[in-house]
Design a protein. Structure first.
Lengths: 221, 244
């Protein structure tokens, strides 16, 4: 084992890490927003809306993430082509981002739904009694409380997503793992680079989990 | 100010409100009492449509609240509601609890809303707690903040659903005092309560509800001294001799 080649490769690996983190942050934000709307749909008294939201969640929770990534990589340009009539290259990053956002939204939706249901009925009643619309009651009263309760779970789910972003190798996106792997291959040291990448994923995920656990304890008190 | 006309409501098979006819005039204080489960909460919650009704009409300040064309949010903004369990917003400070709806619903400026909130806190004796969070207050204090929060919308009517029954006995007095002051200031009030001292002192009329019907409606003296209905007599006897 010879790890001496890793230090000179660090700038290139850093670039991969930036791609990974950018994908992660954008997918988390988009996924949480989309997931919140889906959760509101599921909790809606409108049977059509809640049925649609439920179907969405069940569908995306029943198929492998890898499939979604590949499918969007192939389907998104085709769809755009079909809509605009032009060939629009979207690139691996954009299609991966959409795939993660839509896939993770199904998981976030379930967390958000449980979070909203944990807020007492009295809070909505108070908001309504004080003249708020449904939207105001959700935005100003229910969701701020629900998100505080859900924060540890949302972060936990995002740590899983951090690991899952490595699946983008399937469509050739140069994220952290993929750049480590290709660097290793070029330099003829695939094992060293993969071991290093594994260590980095482990340290980041482990530290993040630890912080989430601490946060959870503080929120409980 | 409030008028129920032959109001009926069912929860599945349960006929919770069974032909309610009742009027509350401007400036009047009406106390509603009756056994647990008789439909008092449901009744008072229909006034601002936290509960819908199946039959009949309810008019508040000249508006038919059961008409689908009525703007419920606007109506609710002029009807204050105080809950048994306070329902303050736990994530907001006392001041923000009070100013939220004036600012977001009535589009009041922050400065004006805060000034008004501070005056109201003064009125309920909690000016020094404006930066506290609900969890840092006693039950009695929380309920007084809840009353101030309701008043901040400058309502025409205040509704109270057992405002003191979740409180420790030593805190009941401070909340009743605020309510009494409010009644003396001329506020129209509908109050579900078993505090018969309050009813006797403050109410213009007492309404006795049982199984979703109004069985008795009389000025407090008359209700307490000469209850007509047998169920009302029984109810008053039980209040006077607590079972525990
Ligand atoms: N949302 C609801 N769904 C079904 N039944 C209800 C609901 N709310 C109240 N009830 C029932 O209606 C009856 C009257 O309740 P309520 O108005 O709360 O009585 P009270 O306030 O006089 O104790 C009770 O039997 C109660 O169990
Ligand atoms: Mg009740």
């Amino acid at each position: 084992m010879d790890f001496s080649q890793i230090v000179p490769a660090l700038p290139a690996l850093m670039e991969g890490m930036v791609v990974t983190l950018k994908l992660l942050v954008m997918a988390v934000l988009g996924g949480v927003v989309l997931g919140t709307f889906i959760a509101l749909g599921r909790l809606s008294s409108n049977a059509f809306l809640s049925g649609l939201a439920k179907a969405y969640v069940n569908y995306f929770r029943s198929i492998p993430l890898l499939l979604v990534i590949i499918w969007f990589y192939l389907a998104v340009p085709m769809l755009l082509n079909w809509i605009t009539g032009d060939f629009v290259p979207v690139g691996a990053f954009a299609s991966c981002l959409v795939a993660f956002m839509m896939f993770e939204a199904a998981y976030y939706a379930e967390i958000v739904r449980a979070g909203i249901q944990a807020i007492s009925r009295g809070q909505v009643n108070a908001a309504y009694a004080l003249g708020m619309t449904y939207g105001q009651a959700m935005r100003l009263v229910i969701l701020p409380q629900a998100f505080r309760k859900m924060l540890p779970l949302l972060l936990q789910q995002s740590i899983i997503l951090f690991q899952d972003t490595s699946l983008v190798y399937a469509v050739g996106l140069m994220d952290f793992l993929n750049s480590a792997r290709s660097r290793g291959d070029i330099l003829g040291q695939p094992h060293e680079f993969l071991i290093f990448a594994g260590a980095v994923y482990f340290v980041i995920s482990y530290c993040a989990s630890y912080i989430v656990k601490r946060l959870q304890k503080r929120l409980v008190v | 100010m409030i008028r129920f006309i032959n109001v009926h409501k069912w929860f599945k098979d349960l006929h919770v409100l069974n032909g309610i006819d009742l009027q509350v005039a401007q400036g009047e204080v009406v106390v509603v009492c009756g056994p647990s489960g008789s439909g008092k909460s449901t009744l008072i919650r229909t006034v601002n449509q936290l509960e819908s009704i199946n039959e009949g009409e309810i008019w508040v300040d000249g508006k038919n609240v059961t008409d689908p064309k009525t703007d419920l949010n606007a109506l609710r903004a002029e009807v204050g509601f105080v809950f048994q369990h306070f329902n303050l917003y736990p994530h907001l400070s006392v001041l923000d609890n009070i100013t939220l709806s004036p600012m977001r619903v009535k589009k009041m400026e922050r400065v004006a809303a805060e000034k008004r909130a501070e005056e109201l806190l003064e009125r309920v004796g909690l000016a020094h707690k404006k930066d506290a969070f609900p969890a840092q207050l006693s039950g009695g204090q929380q309920q007084r903040v809840a009353i101030a929060r309701g008043l901040a919308m400058q309502p025409q009517v205040m509704l109270f659903d057992e405002p003191t029954s979740a409180l420790d006995p030593e805190m009941i007095g401070e909340v009743l005092k605020v309510m009494k002051d409010l009644a003396e200031s001329g506020m129209t009030m509908m109050v579900v309560t078993h505090e018969m001292g309050f009813a006797r002192e403050v109410a213009d009329r007492v309404v006795f509800v049982d199984h979703g019907r109004i069985l008795e409606e009389a000025p407090p003296e008359e209700f307490f001294m000469r209850p007509q209905h047998e169920r009302a007599q029984q109810f008053l006897r039980q209040l006077l001799t607590p079972m525990n």
